[in-house]
Design a binder for this molecule. Structure first.
Ligand SMILES: O=P(O)(O)OC[C@H]1O[C@H](O[C@H]2O[C@H](CO)[C@@H](O)[C@H](O)[C@H]2O)[C@H](O)[C@@H](O)[C@@H]1O
Ligand SMILES: O=c1ccn([C@@H]2O[C@H](COP(=O)(O)OP(=O)(O)O)[C@@H](O)[C@H]2O)c(=O)[nH]1
Length: 785
C-alpha cells in the first residue's frame, strides 16, 4: 500500500540556521534527542516543519532561507516577536518544569510585563503560526505528526480546519502525575486540544497512565484501556518507546577516523578508567547530583583516586532562560570544588565541557567508555544510553541509569538502575560498575544490545504511523456510518405498511420532558412521563399490530407508576425485571452474577451525595446511579470527577462492572447488564407470551442510551437476523436465541435512533425527547388517516 506523505511538526528543525550573508546561510545539527530520533525516519516521504533556530525579519532572508531549507526537506516557521515568550517562556519555563516535576519557576526574565498570561498568549499565537504553515503545505491524504509539548494546541487547530486530517501527537518528555499537571492554569485547554488528535503517544506506560488520569480528573471524561472516550468519541492513547538508528552508531564507530580518535582519547586519559556523561545542560539531567555522587565515590574509595575520571559533555541549551544559566554556575562550582579537592598536578578527576561535540568524536568516546553515568532527575527517554550501547567494542562498559528516565524501563535489565537523588546509592553503583567482572559486563551488554538493535527509530515511527493509519482508516469507515437525521417520512410510511411492529423506547430522556422544561426533581421517584405523549402512547399501545416495550434503567416502581395503565411491556433496571402490564414482574438476574462490589460503591456514592447538595442516589438490584442533575452543575461535575477516581482506585478496581457516565450522572452496573443483552431475553418473553404467528417486520428503537447500552441499537441489525438461531425458551437464565422467523427485518424497516448523540451506534439521531413526542404524534395521525 502506498504510504501517505508525512508532515512532521516540531518546535525545532533538525538543523539550526546561521546567516552568513544577505542571501546565504550555514547550518549546524540541532541538539537533543528528538532531532536525533526523527532523523531516522527514512521510509516516509517526509517534510519537516519547524523553527530554524534563528529570527529572520526581512523578506529576502525569509525567502532565501526557505529555498535553502527546502533542499533539505525542511519548511521554516518564522516565530518572530512571539519566539521568546513562547519558547523560553511558556514552553521551557512553564511546561517543561511542570512536565519534569520541578514546579513552575516564578519568571524566566526579570521583566514585570511578562506574565503567565502573556506567555500563554504567545504560545497560542505560535501554535497558530505553526498551523498556518501546515495549512499552506498540507495536501489531501497527508499525515500530520505533531511532536512534543511545544505544539499541544496544534491538533485542535488542524482538526477544526479539516476534521478529516490524520493527526497524531507524540510527547517526548514525561507526562507528570495529574497532581502535578493540575497546577497548570491552562490545563484543560491543552488536554482538550490533544484529545482532538487521532492518536496520542508516549514513551512509557507510566506517562500514558498519568495522561489518562489527568483527562479523567480534569475533564471528567472516561478512560479505558484503548484511550479517552468523550461523548462517544474515542481518542486512542498508546505507548511507543522511541529508539535510535543503531546502524548509524555501529557503522560510525567502525570508521578509521573514529578508531583513531579512540586511540588518541585513551592516550590522553593516561590509562584512567573513563566515566562519561553526555547531557544537554538542563536542570532535569541531574548533573550536580552526578558530581556529588562522584565526589562521594572518591571520598570513600581512596584507591580509585587518580585511576578514574569523569568526562561530562554539557551541551549548551536554552541559554535565554535564567534557570539554565544558574545550572551552569552550579556545575562549575561543583567541578571546581571536586577538582580542587581530588586533583593533582598531572590530572583532575572531572573534565566538564560546556559545548557540543562532533559526532565521530562522540561515537569514539562512547566506544571507549567504562561507565556511562545517566542521572536524569526526570527524562522522557534518554537516547544517550542507547547510543552508548550501540557503540560498545571489545571490552564492554557498564550503564548506570536513572530509574527516572524513560529508558530505565527499556534498558533496565542490562543496567545498574539508580535513584539519582540518593547520592550514596549512585556512588555505590559507580564502585560496582568499575569492579564488575568481564563476564557480567558482557551479559548485561548482550541484553541491551539486542534491545537497541531491534527497537530502532524506524520501528518506532512505523509503529506509530501504522497505528495512526489504522485508526484513521477505521474512523473513515465508521464515518460512512455516522448517524443520519431520522427520515420521519420513512418511519411513518413503513409503520403503516407493516403488520407486526415492535417499538423499544427508553424512558429517561426519551419519554420524559427535556430538563430545561422541567421543574427540578427531588429524586429519581419524581421521574415523569412527558405530558404531551400520554394519549398518543395509549393509542399506539392499544393497536394489536404494535408491541411497545419501555426499556429503562429505572426501578420497577417508577415504571409501574408511569406506565401501569398502558398495554405494554416494562423492562426495569436495564431488563433485569420484566413484566407485561397485565401480569407480574419476573426476575431476569443471571444466577451467578457477582454483586460484591455494590456495598463499596454505595459507600462512595453516599459520601458524595452527602457532600453535594441536590444530588441523590438511585439503587437497584444490579446497578447504582449517582445523579447530580439538581446540584450546581460545575460543582457536580467536579465531584463526579473525584468520585470516579475513588471508585477506580477502590471498590471497582478489580470488579466486573461497567461505568456509564451520563451528562449529570454516574452509573455503575454489573458487567453484561446492558440493554442489548436484555433485549434477547425480552424478545423471547414477548414472543412466548403473545404466541406470535407472523415475524416482527418493523422495529423502531429510540433511546438516550449510553456506553455499552448502545448494544441495543445493533441488536436488531438485519444481517444478524439472517443467521439461523435457536427458538426461544422463557425459563432458562442463559441468553435466549431468537428464531429468524420471529424477526424478519430489512434495512428499510429498521430504525435505531439515539437522542442527542452524534457519536453513536444508532443509525439515526433526534435532538431531544420533544422530537420523540412529535414523532409519536405523527405516527398516530398517519395511521388513523
Ligand atoms: O530543542 P531544545 O529545547 O534544545 O531541547 C532539545 C530536545 O529536548 C527534549 O528531548 C526529549 O526527546 C528525546 C527523544 O524522544 C528524549 O529521549 C528525551 O528524554 C527528551 O528530553 C525535548 O522534548 C525536545 O523537544 C527538544 O528538542
Ligand atoms: O554534543 C552533542 C552530544 C550529544 N548530542 C545528542 O543529543 C541527544 C540527546 O538526547 P537525549 O534523548 O539523551 O536527551 P534530550 O537532550 O533530548 O533531552 C543524543 O542523540 C545525543 O547524541 C548532541 O546533539 N550534541
Amino acid at each position: 500500500m502506498a504510504r501517505p506523505r508525512l508532515l512532521v511538526v516540531s518546535m525545532s528543525l533538525p538543523v539550526t540556521a546561521k546567516r552568513t550573508g544577505e542571501e546565504s546561510w550555514s547550518f549546524t545539527m540541532s541538539p537533543g534527542g528528538l532531532v536525533s530520533a526523527l532523523l531516522g525516519l527514512k521510509e516516509f516521504e517526509t517534510k519537516w516543519i519547524g523553527w530554524p533556530g534563528v529570527d529572520v525579519h526581512d523578506a529576502i532572508g525569509k525567502k532565501t532561507l526557505s529555498i535553502t531549507l527546502a533542499e533539505k526537506g525542511c519548511i521554516p516557521v518564522f516565530l518572530e516577536e512571539v519566539c521568546d515568550q513562547y519558547y523560553n517562556g511558556y514552553c521551557n519555563n512553564i511546561l517543561w518544569p511542570i512536565f519534569h516535576y520541578l514546579g513552575t519557576p516564578p519568571e524566566y526574565r526579570n521583566d514585570a510585563t511578562i506574565t503567565y498570561q502573556s506567555q500563554y498568549d504567545a504560545y497560542k499565537k505560535a501554535n497558530q503560526i505553526f498551523f498556518d504553515v501546515v495549512k499552506e503545505h498540507y495536501e489531501e491524504g497527508d499525515v500530520v505528526w505533531c511532536h512534543d509539548y511545544h505544539v499541544m494546541l496544534l491538533p485542535q487547530y488542524l482538526k477544526e480546519y479539516n476534521s478529516k486530517m490524520k493527526v497524531g501527537w507524540f510527547l517526548h518528555t514525561p507526562f507528570p502525575s495529574s497532581e502535578m499537571y493540575k497546577t497548570l492554569p491552562s490545563r484543560s485547554d491543552l488536554l482538550r486540544s490533544v484529545l482532538t488528535a487521532d492518536l496520542v503517544g508516549f514513551h512509557t506506560y507510566d506517562f500514558a497512565r498519568h495522561f489518562l488520569n489527568a483527562c479523567m480528573c480534569i475533564l471528567g471524561v472516561e478512560a479505558t484501556s484503548e484511550g479517552v472516550v468523550d461523548q462517544g468519541k474515542v481518542t486512542r492513547v498508546a505507548v511507543f518507546p522511541i529508539g535510535i538508528e543503531p546502524e548509524r552508531f555501529i557503522n560510525t564507530s567502525e570508521l578509521s577516523e573514529v578508531v583513531q580518535y579512540m586511540k588518541k582519547f585513551k592516550n590522553d586519559f593516561g590509562g584512567r578508567k573513563l566515566i562519561l556523561g553526555v547531557d544537554r545542560l538542563d536542570t532535569i539531567k541531574g548533573i550536580p547530583q552526578k558530581y556529588q555522587a562522584f565526589e562521594k565515590f572518591l571520598e570513600e574509595n581512596e584507591d580509585w583516586r587518580g585511576k578514574v575520571m569523569l568526562l561530562q559533555i554539557a551541551v549548551p541549551t536554552r541559554n535565554g532562560i535564567g534557570e539554565y544559566q544558574k545550572i551552569k554556575d552550579q556545575c562549575h562550582y561543583h567541578v571546581g570544588r571536586i577538582n580542587g579537592r581530588f586533583g593533582s598536578i598531572s590530572a583532575v578527576p572531572i573534565i566538564h565541557l560546556d559545548c557540543s561535540i562532533d559526532f565521530n568524536q562522540l561515537c569514539a568516546l562512547y566506544a571507549i567508555t567504562d561507565v556511562l553515568l545517566v542521572t536524569s532527575l526526570r527524562d522522557g527517554m534518554n537516547l544517550v544510553s542507547s547510543e552508548f550501547i550501540a557503540c560498545q567494542k571489545e571490552e564492554k562498559g557498564v550503564l548506570i541509569l536513572s530509574e527516572f528516565a524513560g529508558a530505565g524501563q527499556s534498558l533496565g535489565a542490562g543496567a545498574l538502575l539508580v535513584n539519582p537523588w540518593n547520592i550514596k546509592e549512585v556512588s555505590t553503583a559507580i564502585g560496582e560498575a568499575l569492579n564488575m567482572s568481564h563476564e557480567e559486563k558482557e551479559r548485561k551488554h548482550k541484553i541491551n544490545f539486542q534491545y537497541v538493535k531491534t527497537h530502532s527509530t524506524q520501528q518506532w515511527a512505523d509503529d506509530f504511523m501504522n497505528k495512526l493509519i489504522e485508526i484513521t482508516t477505521n474512523a473513515e469507515l465508521r464515518a460512512g456510518k455516522a448517524p443520519l437525521e431520522l427520515p420521519e417520512h420513512d418511519v411513518i410510511q413503513q409503520y403503516s405498511k407493516s403488520s407486526n411492529r415492535l417499538l423499544v423506547l427508553g424512558f429517561y430522556g426519551t419519554l420524559t420532558q427535556p430538563m430545561k422544561n422541567q421543574e427540578r426533581r427531588g429524586d429519581g421517584m419524581n421521574l415523569e412521563l412527558h405530558p404531551q405523549v400520554k394519549e398518543r402512547l395509549k393509542e399506539l399501545c392499544s393497536d394489536p399490530k404494535t408491541t411497545v416495550v419501555v426499556l429503562s434503567r429505572s426501578e420497577k416502581c417508577i415504571l409501574d407508576k408511569n406506565f401501569g395503565e398502558y398495554n405494554m411491556w416494562l423492562a426495569a433496571e436495564n431488563g433485569m425485571f420484566l413484566r407485561h402490564t397485565s401480569g407480574e414482574w419476573v426476575t431476569r438476574i443471571p444466577e451467578h452474577m457477582n454483586l460484591e462490589w455494590i456495598d463499596g460503591v454505595k459507600h462512595v456514592f453516599k459520601y458524595f451525595t452527602e457532600r453535594t447538595p441536590g444530588s441523590y442516589l438511585e439503587t437497584s438490584a444490579t446497578s447504582l446511579v449517582w445523579n447530580y442533575e439538581n446540584a450546581d452543575a460545575e460543582f457536580g461535575r467536579a465531584q463526579a470527577r473525584d468520585m470516579l477516581q475513588h471508585l477506580w482506585a477502590g471498590p471497582i478496581s478489580n470488579a466486573s462492572v461497567d461505568v456509564v457516565r451520563g451528562d449529570q450522572s454516574v452509573e455503575v452496573h454489573a458487567v453484561g447488564v446492558t440493554k442489548g443483552s436484555a433485549m434477547e431475553r425480552i424478545l423471547g418473553e414477548i414472543v412466548h407470551n403473545k404466541s406470535m404467528t407472523a415475524p416482527i417486520d418493523y422495529v423502531l428503537c429510540i433511546g438516550c442510551f449510553l456506553g455499552k447500552d448502545e448494544d441495543v441499537y445493533t441488536f436488531f441489525e438485519p444481517e444478524l437476523t439472517k443467521k439461523t438461531k435457536s427458538p426461544p425458551s422463557s425459563d432458562s437464565d442463559s441468553p435466549k436465541k431468537v428464531s429468524s422467523t420471529i424477526v424478519d427485518l430489512k434495512g428499510e424497516n429498521y430504525f435505531s435512533v439515539a437522542i442527542g448523540q452524534t457519536h453513536t451506534k444508532a443509525r439515526y439521531f433526534l435532538d431531544s425527547s420533544d422530537d420523540v413526542v412529535q414523532l409519536i404524534h405523527k405516527i398516530c395521525t398517519h395511521n388513523n388517516a
